[in-house]
Design a binder for this molecule. Structure first.
Ligand SMILES: NC(=O)c1ccc[n+]([C@@H]2O[C@H](COP(=O)([O-])OP(=O)(O)OC[C@H]3O[C@@H](n4cnc5c(N)ncnc54)[C@H](O)[C@@H]3O)[C@@H](O)[C@H]2O)c1
Length: 363
């Protein structure tokens, strides 16, 4: 039997790291069925608290995992071929760079980085490396978004003209976990790297073109104690003429939700997460002879659960493993992919625009 890809998981939060560990250890990430993944196994777990690591190892059934509190020591292990990084954001780029230097494939939680310089260094290192990389812009994996992308590509809406996301990603601070870092700009990078990057990645996925200019206005917190502005409204123009609005808010919501719509010359699409399931997705298309009406099947894999165990964590990790085993780059979410490069360009232009009070930044 060929050797399984040995995975070192860095970060041991109960929900995020658990969902990622399950994706690396079990087929389809299903702990209940406990069918081990044929191509990967968690060989190392790393976090600051050893007691928690012992608990997690047992809870998640990671029989072969060696425990580390020091990331560099974990990277030196010959049993680690790839890393999954799910630690506070200010550590992302440095940890990912070190892993590439140590010859390990990298699956990185979003954001890629919290400063434009470290983002650029990481993109450059990944492009020069044969290793597989992937950033966890998990929403791009949703069936609903992939179906929408397919319809745009087949011209169902004619020429795409505009897209609009109202993305609410309320940051939850767990009672026992040391998650206060999410309220700090210095550690989280601010609202866009912390959460709104998800809506930007979806906008880039659907617009499918180079961004030309970006403007962004910030607004203060209404509910939580952030030391930065958690509401950011972006307008992005793309080279193919699409104009996109992203209204991001990580401060308040009933739960995560991504209300979105798009308009083309021959049709339109609306996704309203507050509607009953059968009327959540509605669309029209002249070329498909479809009048504007709800499509009950469309909304089966909806975006607004906020539960990472229910999200596509397992399939994003499974796909990363398959690519790493084959020795190929991830075409959609690899660090060198157009989607990731365009998303990074928009993130840093939006940060500059917001700092300048909303000026339009050319890319
Ligand atoms: N893709 C998504 O949808 C999604 C959802 C939630 C969280 N995330 C990302 O996952 C990451 C983790 O978020 P979380 O909610 O699990 O945070 P958390 O604070 O609950 O957990 C962070 C973990 O990192 C460990 N850690 C901190 N410093 C370390 C170090 N120097 N070396 C080794 N381990 C260290 C901590 O011990 C802890 O286990 C963040 O980057 C967040 O943005 C992504």
């Amino acid at each position: 039997m060929t050797k399984k890809l040995g995975i070192g998981l860095v970060g041991a939060s109960g929900w995020m790291a658990g969902a990622l560990a399950a994706g690396a250890e079990y087929l389809d990430g299903d702990l209940e069925k406990a069918v081990k993944h044929p191509h990967s196994v968690v060989t190392a777990l790393c976090a600051r608290n050893q007691e928690i690591l012992k608990e997690r190892k047992q809870l998640w059934g990671l029989d072969q995992a060696e425990l580390f509190s020091d990331y560099d020591e974990m990277l030196a292990s010959p049993h680690v071929d790839a890393v999954i990084i799910a630690v506070p954001n200010h550590l992302h780029a440095g940890f990912a760079l070190k892993a590439l230097e140590a010859g390990k494939h990298v699956f990185l939680e979003k954001p890629l980085a919290i400063h434009p310089k470290e983002s650029a260094a990481l993109l450059k290192a990944a492009a020069a490396s044969p290793l597989t990389t992937k950033v966890d812009y998990i929403l791009v994996h949703y069936d609903e978004q992939q179906k929408l992308h397919g319809l745009i590509k087949q011209g169902a809406f004619g020429q795409l003209a505009s897209t609009h996301f109202t993305y609410r990603h309320p940051i939850q601070i767990g009672e026992s976990a040391d998650q206060q870092w999410k309220l700090s700009k210095e550690i989280s990078g601010g609202a866009i790297p912390m959460g709104i990057c998800h809506a930007i990645s979806l906008t880039v996925y659907q617009a499918d073109s180079d961004p030309v200019d970006v403007s962004c206005k910030s607004a203060p917190a209404l509910c939580r104690e952030f030391d930065y502005a958690p509401r950011q409204d972006l307008i992005i123009t793309f080279a193919n003429g699409v104009v996109s609005v992203v209204q991001g808010n990580i401060d308040f919501a009933e739960k995560y939700d991504a209300r979105h719509n798009l308009c083309g010359t021959e049709g339109q699409f609306d996704y309203v997460p507050y509607n009953p399931r059968e009327s959540r997705a509605m669309w029209s298309s002249q070329s498909m002879n479809r009048d504007y009406a709800p499509d009950p099947d469309f909304a089966n894999d909806h975006l607004d659960s906020g539960d990472v165990w229910e999200h596509q964590c397992a399939s994003t990790v499974n796909e990363f493993v398959e690519n790493a085993v084959k020795g190929i780059k991830d075409p959609l979410l690899g660090f060198e992919s157009p989607l990731v490069q365009r998303t990074e360009a928009i993130i840093w232009a939006a940060e500059r625009s917001a700092a300048a009070g909303g000026d339009r930044i050319q890319l």
